[in-house]
Design a protein around this ligand. Structure first.
Ligand code: OAD
Length: 274
């Protein structure tokens, strides 16, 4: 495909590429996206299940649906493995082309694939943050898997509270934890957006993969890169809020496009005489 060769040509000439990813990069790992057909927000209203006040109300009045939401979201994370798109992005880092990944995802799959500089703009499902002292604590995959199995069926209020307590426990100060993820209306983790913005303003190419580009401030990262003179390549089977900005749009699923682009970059360097 022509766009694969064009993308490879641009990437081969770049040395400071910031990758910006969204839910679409993990779709082929079995994690549902938020928007569009089959997306999480089609079945669960984002004003309820994407906000702290909404979740609090759901705990009081919609416990069964809240448990179903938590099981659906967390089960996908627990079962997911990196797909060829995550692996290709990590490979581009080893090739000295990609310098960092700024992701809106909370699934840890870029790190699992081997990317070493991952800026988690919306936090991580594998961490809790102490409500009392703010300490961040890792949550092992097994504990997340236990939360999923304990929430299955229709847990009572008491049972659900016990599960949430177990999920958030571990801080030395004795305070309870909450998921270290960003809900709508909350600030991004300190320093993370700033580093992503700084990298966006100096990168020579921004590679956007699998995002609708609709949620601010994260979606400001590609805008900042473009405004600062970087080229923008977008990989997405459908046009998005970023497509108008892109110098090159690759209309394919990430797991198909990115390995093909990596192979095309390698083929070019094999042809380059040393
Ligand atoms: P969205 O669900 O808004 O968008 C997913 C994008 O991925 C869409 O543009 C799809 O066309 C594209 N897509 C689907 N399958 C793909 C594939 N196999 N390969 C490549 N692209 C594919 O997800 P995000 O843009 O990540 O925030 O959403 C941004 C934020 O909105 C999320 O981080 C979350 C959400 O509400 C918070 O919760 C704060």
């Amino acid at each position: 495909m022509e766009e694969i060769e064009q993308a490879a040509g641009i990437l081969a000439g770049a040395s400071d590429v910031l990758v910006f990813t969204g839910a679409g990069v993990s779709e082929e790992s079995g994690i549902p996206t938020f928007r569009g057909t089959g997306g999480i927000w089609e079945r669960y209203r984002p004003t309820v299940y994407g906000t702290v006040p909404g979740l609090t109300a759901a705990f009081a009045f919609r416990r069964r649906k809240l448990a179903a939401f938590a099981v659906e979201a967390l089960e996908a994370f627990v079962q997911a493995e990196p797909n060829p798109a995550h692996l290709a992005i990590a490979e581009l880092e080893r090739m000295g082309i990609v310098t960092a990944v700024a992701t809106q995802n909370v699934d840890g799959l870029h790190q699992a694939a081997g990317s070493s500089r991952v800026l988690e703009l919306h936090g991580s499902a594998y961490r809790v943050r102490c409500r009392r002292c703010g300490t961040r604590i890792q949550v092992p995959r097994e504990r997340l898997a236990r939360v999923v199995s304990d929430l299955e069926g229709s847990p009572s209020r008491r049972r659900m509270l016990a599960v949430l307590r177990e999920y958030g426990e571990g801080c030395e100060c004795g305070g309870g934890g909450r998921p270290d993820v960003v809900f709508f209306g909350e600030s991004l983790p300190p320093g993370v957006f700033e580093e992503a913005a700084e990298r966006a303003s100096r990168c020579d190419l921004l590679l956007a993969v699998g995002t609708s580009g609709l949620v601010m401030p994260a979606a400001g990262i590609p805008l900042l890169a473009a405004d600062s003179g970087a080229k923008v390549i977008e990989v997405n089977p459908l046009p998005s809020g970023l497509t108008r900005l892109a110098d090159l749009f690759v209309p394919l699923a990430a797991g198909r496009a990115l390995p093909a682009i990596v192979e095309a970059v390698k083929a070019r360097s094999d042809r380059t005489p040393v």
